[in-house]
Design a protein around this ligand. Structure first.
Ligand code: UDX
Length: 437
């Protein structure tokens, strides 16, 4: 099938490359010339395991191309909208500027019977409005909402083998043709009996935001338990193991630590709460404000632990921050708790030196005031405290005995509860986890 993908960020670039891998002919469009140049040359403009291979083979096969020229979408039957919906400046609501301009820009190139398939995370009600826009323009094109659930770090796997597919379809005589087109796009996953939920626009839009709201709530729940553990001497990691054995609860997304960040969870719960307010149902998701507060308190907790370890006198202390990305296997620093903590410690006068296997360049662009060091050994050398904030394998595997000789003070804050506390203590370190004695 001939497909177009509008917006080639973490979502769109992976979607385009994965669709080409599955045999479709795909053109990716983005306004960012540098990004398009890299993608067209078969190289990934951001870190995502497996993506470089997919891009290289897709571009070499001739099935995958990238351009800034919107007219290249002509002839494609399905057009995916994969642009960002960031948080509005100074507000909690989502900024839909990019979604609207993508749809406006594509309209002149649509043919009757084409399908525009929205993938971006949008406030409920957006799809109906965009469908009306396509109608008002007399495009003859249909609209579907087809949310994406990919996780960064596993984006390729999640796109090729999704755990479910959701189609939000137009009502009336467009239902069958829209569904047929999506079934052809996803023939590979459907042949493996991937669960499929066929529904209306509003449900499809809500599936995505409620999934992210649930995940954020699960993380903040365990972080709230960590706060209670901290005043009672309990261990939140053992608590998570014990409640996680209950299949109704499950152990995944019960890792207490410095909390969630990234380009999705934080802004999606805020946008959801803002949209619910607009709909007069703010009270239904008022708990999401608490979820957000718990999450942000964990960042402050890490800062407080470090400051307290110096008896409040943090000025000039050398603090090695291990991790900048919002999670491992990603170079994404959007709303990253790690970067946030690093910047706060620096603001308090600490001599912060930060390291990360992939995210240094992105972090440097936004926070040039921080000192960065790509070599882990150099970063920790002479440190008065080490703070682990992203659970990269490289950090989890650090040998605490070997590291002992390089630091000034053997003090470690494990902001992800990802180190072996027993081994670090046995090696002579003062180990401090979150929600752990
Ligand atoms: C999320 C959703 O998982 C995905 O389905 C959706 O499509 C996009 O948003 P992503 O942002 O890639 O994906 O990251 P995710 O793996 O969900 O992690 C989000 C944040 O939560 C990270 O900062 C992570 O460190 C944190 N987290 C996750 C915890 O603090 N504890 C956990 O137990 C799990």
């Amino acid at each position: 099938m001939k497909l177009s993908v509008i917006g080639c960020g973490y979502l769109g670039a992976v979607h385009a490359a994965a669709m080409a891998e599955l045999g479709h002919e795909v053109v990716g469009i983005d306004v960012d010339e540098n990004k398009v140049r890299a993608l067209a040359a078969g190289t990934a403009p951001f870190f995502e395991p497996g993506l470089p291979e997919l891009l290289a083979s897709g571009v070499a096969s001739g099935r995958l191309s990238f351009t800034t020229d919107m007219s290249a979408v002509k002839g494609a039957q399905v057009h995916f909208i994969a642009v960002g919906t960031p948080q509005k400046k100074g507000e909690n609501a989502a900024d839909l500027t990019y979604v609207d301009s993508a749809v406006d820009a594509i309209i002149p190139f649509l043919s009757p019977g084409d399908l525009v398939a929205g993938k971006s995370t949008v406030p409920v009600g957006t799809a109906a409005r965009l469908a009306q826009k396509l109608d008002d323009a007399g495009s003859g094109a249909m609209l579907a909402w087809n949310p994406e659930f990919l996780r960064e770090g596993f984006a390729v796997e999640d796109t090729i083998s999704p755990d479910r597919l959701v189609y939000g379809l137009p009502a009336g005589d467009q239902t069958a043709p829209a569904r047929e087109l999506l079934d052809t796009v996803y023939a590979n996953a459907l042949s493996r009996e991937t669960p499929l939920v066929v529904t209306d626009y509003a449900t499809a839009e809500l599936v995505k935001v409620s999934a992210n709201a649930f995940l954020a709530t699960k993380i903040s729940f365990i972080n709230a338990m960590a706060e209670i553990a901290e005043v009672t001497g309990a261990d939140v990691t053992q608590l998570a193991d014990a409640i996680g054995y209950d299949a109704r609860i499950g152990r995944r997304f019960l890792n207490a630590g410095v909390g969630f960040g990234g380009g999705c969870l934080p802004k999606d719960i805020r946008a959801f709460a803002a949209r619910a307010d607009e709909l007069g149902r703010g009270e239904s998701v008022a708990f999401l404000k608490e979820v957000d507060s718990i999450n942000l308190r964990r960042r402050q907790r890490v800062v407080d632990l470090v400051v307290d370890s110096f008896g409040g006198a943090i000025f000039g202390k050398r603090v090695a921050v291990l991790g900048l990305a919002f999670k491992p296997d990603s170079d994404d620093i959007r709303d990253s708790p790690a970067l946030d903590v690093a910047v706060t410690l620096k603001g308090l006068g600490a001599d912060v030196i930060a390291t990360d296997p992939e995210a240094i360049e992105n972090a440097r662009r936004v926070h040039p005031q921080l000192a960065y060091e790509s070599d882990l050994q150099t970063a920790v050398s002479g440190a008065d405290a080490i703070v682990v904030l992203t659970e990269w394998k490289q950090f989890r595997q650090i040998d605490p005995v070997a590291l002992l000789g390089t630091v000034t003070t053997p003090y470690v804050v494990d902001g992800r509860n990802c180190l072996d506390a027993v081994a670090w203590r046995a090696a002579g370190w003062t180990y401090q986890g979150l929600g752990r004695p």
